[in-house]
Design a binder for this molecule. Structure first.
Ligand code: SF4
Length: 63
């Protein structure tokens, strides 16, 4: 399972950070950083994060 954030869409609104804090976080410069291949156990949180993103910038690949 893979996660990708379309940075041309992302406005660093951070809803994903609240939904899946083990996968998404903001660095000290308030840039979004994320685990592109999170553990399967985190997938429900990742899906919630994708649904929560107001600009639909989180793209999921479950292959
Ligand atoms: S919720 Fe969406 S817009 Fe906000 S930081 Fe996450 S990916 Fe970016």
């Amino acid at each position: 399972m893979k996660v990708r954030v379309d940075r041309s869409r992302c406005q660093v609104l951070a809803q994903c950070v609240f939904a899946a804090p083990d996968v998404f976080e903001l660095d000290e410069d308030d840039r979004l950083v994320y685990d592109a291949e999170p553990d399967d156990a985190l997938w429900p949180d990742v899906e919630l994060a994708a649904r929560s993103c107001p600009v639909k910038a989180i793209l999921l690949d479950d292959n």
